[in-house]
Structures are given as structure tokens and as C-alpha cells.
Write a protein that binds this ligand. Structure first.
Ligand code: AHG
Ligand code: MN
Ligand code: MN
Length: 345
């Protein structure tokens, strides 16, 4: 952190000022990107407020709706989806949204509202934890419009089907013991904590790097017998190394965040014989790609066992992928075991 911009980035500065300082690196910046991050932060604060008083209002429990993945949507899923999509369409400088909770993309119809950015979002990650006061979150990815230059023409599906390596930025918000927002534009990974007394996100993690050789093993062990042999072997080795402990919340973004700070690996492998989970459970565009982009920029790795997640070309909006995200060493070992397995079979 010796460059002049980094020297100005001190713990405690607020998100808006932080964005203004980091945007100085981009003389061509028009302010649209700052506006977009500001809208995400605003929607995050609204959802955070609702989560904090969730037991008091009428927001817990399931709705009558089902999403494209065949999952019963929680009321908070629908609420978070509505808050984020509204905030983004109306002042976000975006042209299209792909949301985990919407079957089809939402293209911004009014030309005057359209901007050059494209956004993918999991409005509420960890739905199964909502009713039990465990951490939940929001995950987002930001791309550039590629279908046609400018904003005259409306965006289309091609704008959303981009590989993670083309992300302009990715981040998440966790509604946990405190509300934390983490994002990267492809260099440093920054984390902010919401100070509820002033309603601002303040910089609390100026440069996150994942530690090696320590941390946590995070996966749902009850599916062990459904996993491919290389995954089972990796788990055995990681356990026997004696270097790691186990933690699994069941909210990917919260498990991921802990391991980003503490080290280790998060995985949600494929279950080849389970319908609906042959490619695991997690969604490439809304979950796997953004966290893989983040962890790579924090010195770690994100893989499906065979290739970097950020190199995967999405074929459909709601594609799933196995995910191994963690330190380079652990993710590298999973890939190595998969390579040996493919050669043997
Ligand atoms: P979502 O709530 O957005 O549908 O995502 C839930 C995901 C993810 O957050 C978590 O890692 C995983 O579901 C937990 O699944 P299991 O209950 O199968 O472990
Ligand atoms: Mn999710
Ligand atoms: Mn979700």
C-alpha cells in the first residue's frame, strides 16, 4: 500500500469517500460506477434494517411463491429482491439485472434510466437460515454492457452471460453480528462495517488477503457419500493434516467471508446422482463467479474442480456449478486429485 491512493485509504473512512479516492485512478470515470455502488449500499442498509427487526414484523417465513430453481421463496427473499431491483433500476446506472429470484432478466425499459452497467444478484443468500437468526447476505457482480455500445439500444441476455473474468467489480453484504460490505474492482479487496448510529459503511478491512495453512473446512458433510472420489479424498487429507478446524453455517457468503479472513476452503461439490444437484447447488452467475473473483483478488482460488470458475462461460442465466473456494493450496489439491481421477478413468 505504498501508492498515493492507498495511503489515503485509512480505516474508518466512509464508503462514499473511499469510492471517490479509488476512482481517481480512472480519469475516464463518469461517476456512474460510484452511483451504482452507492445504490447497492443503500439497498443493503434497507435490508439490514429489516433483518435486524425481522422477528418483530411480518417478514419471516415462507411465501407462497416458488423460484426458477424450484425453491419455495422466503418472504425476505422477495423483499430483498424488490429492494435491490428497485434501487438499481431507478438510480443504479445499469441496463439489465439478472436476479436469482427472477426467471428472466429485467431490462431497464426507460432509455433515460439506462446506464452502461450490467448486474447479477443473489438478493438473499442463506434463505434456510432466515428464521433462525443466523447470518444471511446479498451477493452481486457488475459487468459492462457488451451487446451494443451506448445505452440507446436496450440490453439483452448476452450482456448477462459473461464469464467472471470480465467482472468490473464484485461484492457482497453480510447481515450478521454486524452488517459488512466487501467489494473489489480487481485489485484490493475492501471490507466496510455498517455503523448503525450514523447509517454509514466505514472501512474496516483495507486490504483482505486469505491466509495459507490455517483456517476452516466448510462444507455440508451430510452429502459426503454423494461426492466424487477426489472430493472425498481431499476432505480426508485436509482433516488428517491437523491444520484446520470445521465450520459450516449454510449461508455461502457467511462461510466464504469467514474463510476469506481466516483461511481454509468452502466447498459445495457436485452430487452426480442427485437430480437437481448434478452440478451442485450454487449458481454460477449469482454466487460462484462473484466470490471467485473476490477470492482470486485476495490471493486465493475459486474452481469447479477442473477449471477456474471465472473462466466458465455461462450458457444459461441460472446455470449451477460445483464450487471450491479457498486458499490456493487447498483448491489446488482438489484440482490435482480431479486430474488424477480423470486420467485413471
Ligand atoms: P440461497 O439462499 O441463495 O438459495 O442459497 C443457499 C445456498 C448457500 O447459501 C449455502 O451455501 C447452501 O445453499 C446451503 O445448502 P445446504 O443446506 O444444502 O448445505
Ligand atoms: Mn444464494
Ligand atoms: Mn438467494
Amino acid at each position: 500500500m505504498n501508492d498515493p491512493v492507498s495511503r489515503e485509504i485509512k480505516k474508518g473512512i466512509d464508503l462514499r469517500r473511499h469510492i471517490a479516492i479509488t476512482q481517481r485512478d480512472y480519469p475516464q470515470a463518469t461517476g456512474e460506477f460510484s452511483q451504482l455502488l452507492g445504490q447497492i449500499a443503500l439497498a443493503g442498509k434497507i435490508v439490514s434494517r429489516e433483518v435486524n427487526r425481522a422477528g418483530l414484523g411480518d417478514i419471516l417465513g415462507k411465501s407462497k411463491e416458488e423460484n426458477i430453481h424450484g425453491e419455495r421463496q422466503a418472504r425476505l427473499d422477495l423483499y430483498a429482491n424488490a429492494v435491490f431491483t428497485r434501487a438499481l433500476i431507478h438510480n443504479g446506472g445499469i441496463c439489465i439485472i439478472g436476479s436469482e429470484e427472477e426467471s428472466d432478466p429485467i431490462a431497464v425499459r426507460q432509455p433515460e434510466l439506462r446506464g452502461k452497467y450490467v448486474i447479477t444478484i443473489d438478493p438473499l443468500d442463506g434463505s434456510s437460515n432466515i428464521d433462525y437468526n443466523a447470518s444471511i447476505g446479498t451477493i452481486f457482480g457488475i459487468y459492462r454492457k457488451i451487446s451494443s455500445p451506448g445505452t440507446e439500444k436496450s440490453a439483452n441476455l448476452a450482456d448477462l452471460l459473461q464469464p467472471g473474468r470480465d467482472l468490473v467489480a464484485a461484492g457482497y453484504i453480510i447481515y450478521g453480528a454486524s452488517t459488512v460490505m466487501v467489494y473489489t474492482t480487481g485489485q484490493h479487496v475492501y471490507g466496510f462495517t455498517l455503523d448503525n448510529s450514523i447509517g454509514e459503511f466505514l472501512l474496516s478491512y483495507p486490504n483482505i488477503k486469505i491466509p495459507e495453512n490455517e483456517g476452516y473446512l466448510s462444507f455440508n458433510e451430510s452429502y459426503f457419500s454423494n461426492w466424487d472420489k477426489p472430493v472425498q479424498q481431499a476432505v480426508k487429507e485436509f482433516r488428517e493434516s491437523g491444520l484446520y478446524s470445521s465450520r459450516y453455517i449454510g449461508t455461502m457468503v457467511a462461510d466464504f467471508h469467514r474463510n476469506l479472513l481466516a483461511g481454509g476452503i468452502f466447498m459445495y461439490p457436485a452430487e452426480r446422482d442427485v437430480p437437481g444437484k448434478r452440478q451442485g447447488k450454487l449458481r454460477l452467475l449469482y454466487e460462484a463467479a462473484p466470490v471467485s473473483f473476490i477470492i482470486e483478488n485476495a490471493g486465493g482460488a475459486g474452481s469447479d474442480g477442473f477449471e477456474r470458475i471465472v473462466n466458465k462461460q455461462p450458457e444459461n442465466l441460472h446455470d449451477k456449478t460445483p464450487l471450491f473456494a479457498g486458499s490456493k493450496k487447498l483448491v489446488g489439491r482438489v484440482e490435482e486429485l480431479y486430474r488424477d481421477w480423470s486420467e485413471d478413468s
